[in-house]
Write a protein that binds this ligand. Structure first.
Ligand SMILES: Nc1nc2c(ncn2[C@@H]2O[C@H](COP(=O)(O)OP(=O)(O)OP(=O)(O)O)[C@@H](O)[C@H]2O)c(=O)[nH]1
Ligand SMILES: [Mg+2]
Length: 539
């Protein structure tokens, strides 16, 4: 800043008795002049910032007069929130001449200093003799950000801060955050921090409150995070408010799950289902999103089968939605036909259901000596896959692996996966697999049971007013998996409380007992059913 510019600024501020701020770019051009009131300057919307976490905005803010106590909290917050190159305050001396200067810039997170202030403030006695080469200084600072080991990530992965709020039980909320961490990891994000705040009530506008949000932005800057992930579904307006306040990419739990589904969808039906769910999530949010915001609220790295299509406007989105629904009806019809044929062929079906990552695919592989994909990821399986299971005496059945469940499964997904879940209705047996080694196992089986109930599975007659004969409840067998990794007492207590069979799909422990139970349940039930039909015929 030249002495002449400083003087012009301080003289004007002195004359009108208000604060004046100017935004100066890296070439030294004044981009904007903002006139505030006597106390503060409100900066206009500066638009989206280009580049990643390591980039500053390319403009510095010069303010006059500087407050007697130096740069204020608001001014330093602007520095972080807007990623300004620097904030510079110039004292106005009586008569309007420039006096001392205080200036602040953002600091890269250094080893061991992560919790310190993310900026540094310095004082200069006078604008004369302040001849630092600002361009070289800011370029060097950006280079430090790029090189900082604290800001380095796995190639191509985005850095995220997870955000949760709890009203009541903090223990429960923390476990929810653990699950969110796993979801974020599966989605390919690098989690750099996880923030759980206690609130008396959830803020309708911003979910966690404006003040907390501003703290988060500073934290994000400090840790080089580009993404905030919220531990529940945000309303369209919350999403907008948060994205506008923070200028960060904002994801909620639903988007995260949708993104994982999008990455894992392989079949045509699977892709259609995910796109439908994504579209249903986006539709109510399209109307209030500006172009800048669609960048901020896009999927992680912009993946997903329908990602480019999601950029389209609302009318086209509606057309696409109708189209997808029609295609999926077709898929559902084909599936129904296949089931009907299968029913005729008389081969019984056992469907494996359970919480995501419980070991469903591993169990299917083990039981049927197959090799379908099983991995330590959430929602590795999306498409129902069937394999034959042979018993002695020429008996055989089909075992079907299904998509995993999770607590608070987004409604958009449940609806989109209707065709997949309908398969379960026709099963002769449900094998409810649970991970006995997971401390959350009780909540997980409760979540799965709740979803099964909502699908009216195992319910005697979901609609008593229709003419259909009441449907018989589908028998369940609870399978306590991963006993090799679980505490034996916990396993014993689970079996005692809920019944079922304890197994390890990896070591093969308990599988003989499970097979025996499956065979007896399915074929005895079939035999009883056939006998009843025969008796009916005779009568
Ligand atoms: N220790 C141990 N690990 C197991 C066992 N069964 C499965 N796993 C592991 O648990 C992880 C998840 O297994 P999957 O079979 O993919 O689980 P899934 O229920 O099909 O999961 P999604 O399809 O993602 O819902 C994998 O890393 C498996 O190796 C077991 O009996 N013992
Ligand atoms: Mg699986």
């Amino acid at each position: 800043m030249s002495p002449a510019l400083a003087r012009a600024l301080t003289e004007q501020a002195n004359e009108i008795g208000r604060r004046i701020g100017i935004l100066v770019d890296r070439k030294g051009h004044v981009e904007r002049v903002v006139v505030g009131d006597a106390r503060r300057v409100h900066l206009p919307d500066l638009g989206p910032r280009r580049g990643g976490a390591a980039r500053f905005r390319g403009v510095r803010l010069v303010l006059a007069p500087l407050n007697p106590e130096g740069l204020t909290h608001d001014e330093l917050t602007d520095l972080s929130l807007l990623r300004l190159d620097a904030v510079i305050g110039v004292e106005v001396k009586p008569g309007g001449l420039p006096g001392k200067i205080a200036w602040a810039w953002l600091m890269p997170p250094e080893a061991g200093a992560l919790s310190g202030a993310p900026y540094r403030v310095e004082q200069v006695a006078s604008v004369h003799g302040w001849s630092a080469d600002f361009t070289a200084f800011i370029q060097d600072l950006e280079a430090q950000y790029t090189k900082s080991p604290h800001l380095r990530t796995v190639e191509g992965s985005e850095r995220a801060i997870l955000v949760g709020a709890t009203l009541g039980n903090p223990k429960r909320a923390r476990r929810g955050m653990d699950e969110l961490t796993r979801l974020a990891g599966t989605a390919g994000l690098t989690v750099v921090d996880s923030v759980l705040t206690r609130r008396d009530q959830i803020d309708g506008r911003t979910f966690i409150g404006q003040g907390k949000l501003e703290e988060l932005v500073i934290e994000a800057m400090h840790r080089g995070a580009d993404v905030l992930v919220f531990d529940r579904e945000l309303s369209p307006s919350q999403l907008r408010n948060i994205a506008q306040t923070t200028d960060l990419k904002v994801l909620d739990r639903t988007q995260l799950i949708l993104d994982i589904f999008a990455q894992h969808a392989t079949s045509k039906a699977g892709k259609l289902q995910v796109e439908l769910a994504q579209l249903r999530y986006r539709m109510p949010r399209l109307a209030i999103m500006t172009t800048a915001m669609s960048r901020l609220t896009g999927g992680i790295g912009g993946r997903g089968p329908g990602e480019t299509r999601l950029e389209i406007n609302k009318r086209r989105a509606q057309e696409r939605l109708t189209r997808l629904e029609r295609d999926l009806d077709q898929v559902a019809a084909e599936r129904a036909l296949r089931r009907k044929r299968r029913k005729k062929s008389g081969i019984p079906v056992a469907s494996i259901v359970g919480y995501t990552n419980a070991g469903k695919s591993t169990l299917l592989n083990r039981l049927t000596r197959s090799s379908i994909l099983a991995e330590d990821k959430l929602f590795a399986t999306l498409d129902p896959t069937s394999r034959r299971l042979r018993f002695p005496e020429q008996r055989e059945m089909l075992v079907t692996d299904t998509v995993g469940f999770i607590q608070d499964l987004p409604d958009t997904l449940v609806r989109a996966f209707r065709a997949t879940l309908e398969e379960l209705e026709e099963a002769d047996l449900l094998l409810h697999v649970a991970d006995a080694s997971d401390p959350e196992v009780d909540n997980q089986i409760a979540a799965v049971d709740a979803i099964l109930r909502s699908l009216a599975l195992g319910d005697a007659d979901p609609d008593p007013d229709d003419d259909d004969p009441p449907r018989e409840a589908i028998p369940h067998i609870r399978v306590w998996n991963k006993t090799d990794a679980a505490d034996p007492q916990t396993v014993a207590s689970l079996v005692e409380r809920y019944g079922g069979v304890a197994v390890s799909a990896v070591t093969g422990d308990g599988l003989a007992e499970l097979l025996d139970k499956i065979e007896r349940t399915v074929f005895l039930r079939r035999a009883a059913w056939a006998a009843a039909r025969e008796a009916e015929g005779e009568a």
